[in-house]
Design a protein around this ligand. Structure first.
Ligand code: GLU
Length: 472
């Protein structure tokens, strides 16, 4: 039987976790789960200028929130600098790499000459045979790239080929002794026994270099899977210009982790049969990295919001309530009120933020919200408006018991008795209770508010009708 695969997710902590990175993590995780393998988390923090400890913490936190949990690690590259050096020097000793003493000016000259002749620049390799140079003089360590075709297998793209001639003698150690990305990534993939490297397609052109390094370091070359990019609505690479790009931003928007996980999973993969909603557990039984589509996926925010709505609808109100709570400007009186409110808003809100926004007037003090101007213009009309509202108020004050069916019955009976449409009562009532022109079904609103608050809010509107109507 084949050995269980070992995969890794290797973010660079230079900012928040990008949704593209999160998708790569999800693909790695699900492939590992499906095949009884392991996912290692590695923090690629060798770029000291751009890496930040707090970014690394933030990325771990986003992954955990999303439910893309790793099995081993996190391993930090900054803890392993000696190891990278050791392996690079081993290559120098064996002649597979060499010290390069070229100065910045020399390299600039070479580049200038190549460009003047209209050629793409590649390092000439002039230090390959500079055996006499003094190793204590400033230098970098370069890998010696020999001509020949480099082939590797990609689970998504099939057989891939690159010509060795086109590849530079790339740097392994910088002049300060720091490893380059190519060196640290390959040394780690070897030491962590990685059998399948799944990462973004933007790394495809680095892979031939890595293949050469694996071989030179005496290791088996792993398999690869280069995941196509995510495009924005403009069909260009997803960027901040056209929308949020980090997991954190969607979290703040009130998207549920299960929904974001599901949505990202479907960017480039499909469980078949036109299915859209799939749990992590189910995906872990079906997913294989080889099924990921070769063409790029387009990030469709509307679809994410739709999906989030589906997840919110399917949750129990009492499970959603504690998630909504931290987003509320004013707390609910008690858990029961909050749960009732959530239940009422579930069919309408696409995100927790939207839900919080809809809940705001309901939770405000009875005189703590404004009336929407347009709704005032539209619904505070008619000679008999005040009389109508007063009569409604009195009817609601007297009914027993005060509950969903009885309040509706009272309003409808009143409308019928006066020979006017129920809407003539309902719209101003909605304005009184929520300050808005649109809300969940009005009798549900009454039910959540209860008699006391309903009456207080009607009284407030009644007192303000003259001023509101005169526009002051
Ligand atoms: N650290 C790289 C990145 O964040 C990923 C490298 C890799 O997966 O090999 O893009």
């Amino acid at each position: 039987m084949a050995r269980p695969p070992r995969l890794r997710f290797a973010p660079s902590p230079t900012g928040f976790l990008h949704v593209g990175g999160a998708r790569t993590a999800i693909f790695n995780l699900l492939h590992a789960r499906r095949h009884g393998g392991t996912m290692v988390l590695r923090i690629e923090d060798t770029d000291l200028e751009r890496s930040r400890r707090q970014h690394a913490e933030q990325i771990l936190e986003s992954l955990a929130w999303l439910g893309a949990e790793w099995d081993e690690g996190p391993i930090r590259q900054s803890d392993r600098l000696d190891r990278y050096r050791e392996r690079a020097l081993e290559l120098v000793a064996r002649g597979a790499a060499y010290r390069c003493f070229c100065t910045v000016e020399e390299l600039e000259n070479e580049r200038g000459e190549a460009e003047a002749r209209g050629r793409q620049y590649r390092y000439s390799g002039r230090c390959r045979s500079r055996a006499d140079a003094d190793p204590s003089a400033p230098h970098v360590v370069r890998f010696r790239v020999e001509p020949g075709t480099i082939r590797f297998h990609d689970r998504i793209r099939g057989e891939v080929e690159f010509e060795g001639e086109l590849i530079d003698d790339f740097v392994l150690l910088r002049s300060d002794g720091h490893p380059t990305y190519h060196l640290s990534v390959v040394v780690d993939d070897i030491d962590m026994d990685i059998t399948l490297v799944a990462r973004g397609e933007d790394h495809l052109s680095n892979t031939p270099k890595h293949v050469l390094l694996f071989r030179a370091l005496g290791a088996e070359v792993p398999e690869f899977a280069h995941v196509p990019l995510i495009l924005g609505p403009d069909r260009k690479r997803l960027s901040k210009r056209t929308g949020a790009t980090s997991v954190e931003e969607y979290r703040n928007m009130g998207v549920l982790p299960q929904a974001l996980f599901n949505f990202l999973l479907l960017l480039g993969w499909s469980p078949g049969e036109d299915r859209e909603l799939i749990t992590r557990e189910e995906a872990a039984r079906l997913f294989d990295i080889g099924q990921v589509h070769r063409s790029p996926a387009v990030f469709d925010l509307e679809k994410l919001l739709w999906m989030n709505h589906q997840y919110m609808q399917r949750m129990e109100a009492r499970e959603l309530a504690p998630l909504l709570e931290p987003l509320l400007a004013e707390p609910a009186e008690d858990r029961q009120t909050l749960t009732a409110l959530v239940r009422m808003l579930q069919p309408r809100a696409r995100t927790l933020r939207e839900m919080a926004e809809m809940a705001a007037p309901m939770l405000a003090e009875d005189d703590g919200f404004e009336y929407e101007e347009e709704a005032v213009r539209k619904h505070l009309r008619g000679e008999d408006l005040e009389a109508r509202m007063q009569e409604l108020r009195d009817a609601l004050a007297g009914i027993e018991p005060f509950e969903l069916g009885t309040t509706e019955q009272a309003l409808r009976a009143l409308a019928e008795a006066r020979g006017v449409a129920a809407a003539k009562y309902i719209h101003p009532l909605r304005l009184a209770l929520t300050g808005r022109g649109a809300s969940p079904p009005i009798f549900d609103v009454i039910d959540v508010l209860g008699r006391e608050k309903t009456l207080a809010r009607l009284d407030r509107l009644l007192a303000r009708i003259p001023a509101l109507r005169s526009g002051s």
